[in-house]
Design a protein around this ligand. Structure first.
Ligand code: CP
Length: 327
């Protein structure tokens, strides 16, 4: 794949999931592949898992990783073409991407949504501007609307645990939170589940409908207890409203999952991408219980990143430094 920004960049989703699982058996098997190649990781927002799993994945593949916490250490970037840069924005993405492409063979970027400008967020303006001005492949480390590396790790976790002939019932269940969160994990999980042979349901309170582009044809149930019936996997996640955008409309019922509610499931596995606010999004009893897949999901982030970078490295042709490409 050239870039990795969503499930649609993947030719064969099931094969990528299986390849990522296979990497776990011999993590250093491809340590020569990335020799003399550099991964540049640009963070506009905080991260623990994505940052460290990407750096470690680069190590497994023999790459060098350089990380820039742009929000704290870099120049403030201007993302709009033709801007008159007489504000606090110091460097244009056009110039920054040229420099990054000169130093790096693959660039990763984390760029959260504004949650105020839906048009800009849902057009993936920031990610697309980086891709437009980079001359090397770009991997999303979570963008305004999607988190494909997380979804790949989630798909791996479901594959590893499910060994029955029938389709598993997978339920994405909205959870309470104290602040407005992006819709990216939920959108992305929905996209990936649609590519797999699973029976997929989303349950959330009225007012928390996801963007129609990500839920077309999917079973949506406003009754959590009904949705949980017979579930094999319950993915717990908060997100803010798509309409009105980025808001957190009041919720009447108690949406916090509990041991009691889980009795309606088929002894379902519990999933969450982390970070989690304990006893707000999920109770300790479920987070620490025997059915929690959360440690496996976190472990799989490493192999998801390795599988994606490996695939990209295999597709990279010799790239000349940016300044020579115009020679
Ligand atoms: N799940 C996830 O992306 O975690 P981080 O935000 O810590 O990277």
């Amino acid at each position: 794949m050239k870039n990795f920004t969503s499930v649609h960049d993947v030719k064969d989703t099931v094969k990528l999931i299986r390849d990522a699982i296979k990497l776990k058996k011999d993590p250093w098997a491809h340590s020569a592949l990335g020799k003399n190649k550099t991964l540049g990781l640009i963070f506009l927002n905080p991260s623990l898992r994505t940052r460290l799993s990407s750096q470690k994945a680069a190590q497994l593949l023999g790459m060098n990783a350089i990380v820039m916490n742009m929000d704290k250490e870099g120049w403030a970037l201007e993302w709009t073409d033709g801007a008159v840069m007489n504000t606090n924005k110091t460097e244009h993405i056009k110039d920054a991407a040229m420099v990054l492409s000169t130093y790096c063979d693959i660039i990763g970027i984390r760029c959260f949504p504004t949650l105020t400008d839906r048009e800009a967020d849902y057009s993936e303006h920031v990610l697309k501007q980086l891709i437009k001005y980079s001359t090397v492949p770009v991997v999303s480390l979570e963008s305004a609307t999607l988190h494909p590396l997380q979804s790949l790790a989630d798909g791996m976790s479901i594959f590893e645990k499910w060994n029955k002939p029938q389709k598993p019932k997978v339920v994405l269940s909205w959870a309470p939170h104290i602040k407005a969160l992006p819709q990216a994990v939920a959108n992305s999980f929905s996209e990936w589940m649609q590519q797999l042979d699973v029976d997929f349901t989303i349950t959330h309170p009225k007012g928390y409908e996801l963007a129609p582009a990500f839920t077309k044809g999917i079973n949506i149930d406003y009754e959590q207890e009904k949705a949980l019936r017979g579930a094999d996997f319950v993915y717990v996640k908060n997100w803010s409203a798509y309409e009105p955008y980025g808001q957190t409309p009041a919720v009447e019922k108690d949406w916090l999952l509990s041991e009691q509610k889980m009795k309606a499931t088929n002894s379902a596995y519990i999933m969450h991408c982390l970070p989690v606010r304990r006893n707000v999004e999920l109770p300790d009893e479920l987070l620490d219980g025997a059915r929690s897949l959360i440690p496996l999901q976190a472990e799989n982030r490493l192999f998801a990143a390795t599988a994606v970078l490996k695939n990209m490295l295999e597709n990279i042709k010799e790239i000349k430094p940016h300044h020579l490409q115009h020679a």
